[in-house]
Design a protein around this ligand. Sequence first.
Ligand code: NAP
Ligand code: G4F
Length: 324
Amino acid sequence: MKKRALVTGITGQDGAYLSQFLLSKGYDVFGVIRRSSHRGVEDHRLRWLGVADRVTLLDGDLGDASSLVRIVKETRPDEVYNLAAQSFVASSWRQPVLTANITGVGVTNMLEAVRAEAPEARFYQASSSEMFGLIQEERQSEKTPFYPRSPYAVAKLYGHWITVNYRESFGLHASSGILFNHESPLRGIEFVTRKVTDGVARIKLGMAKELRLGNIDAKRDWGHARDYVQAMWLMLQQDKPDDYVVATGVTTTVRDMCRIAFAHVGLDMDKHVVIDPAFYRPAEVDVLLGDPSKAHAKLGWKATTTLDEMIREMVDADLARLKA
Ligand code: NAP
Ligand code: G4F
């Protein structure tokens, strides 16, 4: 019997890579897609990876509990990956209630649907290193206390704890992956790595002269989404549900990430980057650095792509996209 996986957020970066990975493992893959007036473009990432025709998309929304119950009933999944969220930190100050409803309470909607219609299914929650926020330890592990610094992080913290609570209250096989930043050529253009690689490609091709950025002294632990979706799957293959930090264990400033991107096409970032206070945040997460030793020891998982390799892959993909 083929295994069945249900993925919320299937049209996003991670949803696309996870679908590709699950299909390669022989799964039937179902995904939740929300209604849009631009039907036909939402699956662009799935098309980029060549898997759009191999997944089944069902109409639903994380804010509409009844749609989730119906979808879980219809698809009878063995594994549920809850990736859907308002995922952009900067937007969460502009849309705090929506962020709370979707990124936070939406998790309960999904857990309730699973509890009612597929209580044996294994559940993955997309938790975030943003929950560490104002860091309480130099290297953040599963034991590090949380200190969220944005409405997004507060909502994710709720989603994290409700997942733990449903595991402890109802015995669901519910695991939470505390994933540090992960990127790819499929990253949304508003996130800093992709904004930089797209900007560098535009400058190289003579389509732009400058790149406007906010706090380039912030540090992140960046990995590749292709590696990170494998950790999600590994969590659901364990006998017992648990929580895991997924990270590279290396942290880099936005400035140095930027320098890699400009250097790859032979440009000097100092001639093109303009600091624009419009991109500063009301409260910043200055530095994140993960300790992935539990994921390594228990899941046998390790990041395989360096930041250098990933940024060069992203710049090349943006150059190709813009030339086309
Ligand atoms: P993403 O590219 O922004 O994708 C978000 C997905 O959620 C999209 O498919 C989006 O649909 C969907 N979505 C948004 N609101 C929805 C709603 N109301 N109902 C149903 N679907 C909705 O994010 P990502 O980078 O793939 O991240 C996946 C998950 O991991 C997110 O929960 C994110 O917060 C979390 N996370 C990401 C990172 C990272 O570095 N990437 C790190 C830690 C945790 P549309 O396509 O229609 O917009
Ligand atoms: O790329 P970012 O927008 O990612 P951020 O805020 O770290 O959040 C991402 O990673 C989280 C995991 O830790 C996820 F949970 C979340 O869903 C998302 O995927 O910003 C990274 C850093 C920040 O410190 C920001 O202030 O880059 C800094 N930055 C500087 N200039 C900028 C810019 N960020 C953006 N987006 N745009 C700028 O112009």
